[in-house]
Design a protein around this ligand. Sequence first.
Ligand code: ZN
Ligand code: ZN
Ligand code: ZN
Length: 510
Amino acid sequence: MTSSTVTLAPEAALAVVSDAGACAETRASFRLSRTLDDTLGSGSRGGATRTAIERAASGDVEAWLGHVRSAAGCSNPVRLTGSIDRIDAATGALLGTTSTQDMPDGAIYKACGNRRSSVCPHCAEVYRRDAFQLIRAGMVGGKGVDTCVSIRPAVFATLTAPSFGVVHTRRTSKAGQPLPCRPRRNPEVCPHGVELACHALHDKGAHVLGMPLCLDCYDYAGQVAFNACASELWRRTTIAVNRYLSRLASRSGLGEVRATCCKVAEFQTRGVVHYHAVFRLDGIDPDTGDATAPPAELDVVDLTDALAFAAAGTSFTTAPHPDQPNGWHLAWGEQFKPIPVKLSGDQEVTDSLVAGYLAKYATKSTEATGHVSRRLNTETIDLYANEHGTHTERLIDACWYLGRVPEWRRLRRWAHMLGFGGHFLTKSRRYSITFRILRDTRVIWRRTVDADPATDTDGETTLVVGNLTYSGSGWRTLGDAMLANTSAALAREQQRVGREELAHAQSMTD
Ligand SMILES: [Zn+2]
Ligand SMILES: [Zn+2]
Ligand SMILES: [Zn+2]
């Protein structure tokens, strides 16, 4: 981390922040320094405080905050250096070049864009909102998706993995009362002498949830093989859904139909992936192949039947492994109940509920299992893998050990993901718009809103081409991080208040 060259005694520096007028003229930066003051506490003497104050005292903090605004909330932005050319789109003539050397810090800051909230809360929040829009648009239309989709049958379904051994679970009665985990009057005793019973009422989020009653009995190889091949099992399942629907349609003399879907992978606490998905029943335009309204004869019951049929009937045997010469036979677990998605209503599963639920999981990864690490290699594997260790250590060990043969090498590559190498959010091409469209729309909107009339009067016809290279990541000092993140938080707060005021004003006129 580079630190600023200006050094101030902490006492002198704190005086600068307390006296907001010394470094800030506008209301926004006055509020910023007030908030910083609250955050840091007047007694704080850390490196973050000093560097934040140095930046604030440097006089051009306003310009700097404006410069970093698009990445301000990010925990670990990427710094890019080089030049940006403005080119006339019609003629290809170079209109001008700006070097990052002439910008604050000599670099452009770009948000990291990580979807995991444990890595970057800000970027994950942007991702979650986009995911919500994208998933919801597939159910109700809008954002460029035909609003006709809102009357097509839609079903929400969760496909879980089978059991790989007895684990502690949180059970509740129909009324929501907690029930004992695994009550047994005469419990079985496993070959390792462990009684396979548990009378505890486990709390939500309890550490023991998902942990095997006997670690030595647990099928670690089977579970990581399932994680490694879950995407393939999913692929085969969607094929089975569509075969069922096609057969049903052709038997009734109807046109072609297809289930389009959007799915999110979630790690259960026991460290196995399962999928939440929303399926929509579409017809197929015979000329263009595009999604259209399905035949009126087919409804949500047919879609539910197709899903139930596919979930129960899809299974396959993996490629062989020296430790499992006949391969692993993979199928879904037994709990499966597809739920029709309604567009409104209190008791029902609605589009917003489903989209919110899926989008939330799209910003997570292995956090539920308590394991978060980067890709593992021969140097780091011993820190996380242990054949006789904790549940997670044994899962990682199984990935590494089974991944020793070339055909299963991907288990080593994805050992930090407990063997799962798939995407966390995927959708059929026809389901909805893409993340790319949402991002581009946001950039265009921002350009329109932020456009400086003196320099950007012809945004439509000017191409902006960056010749930028990576020069580093992260904020240069802890103080910069604090200033940028605080200003982004203030901006978000302002937006929230603005939205609330607008909603209030609207409710008064209604
Ligand atoms: Zn970020
Ligand atoms: Zn238990
Ligand atoms: Zn045992």
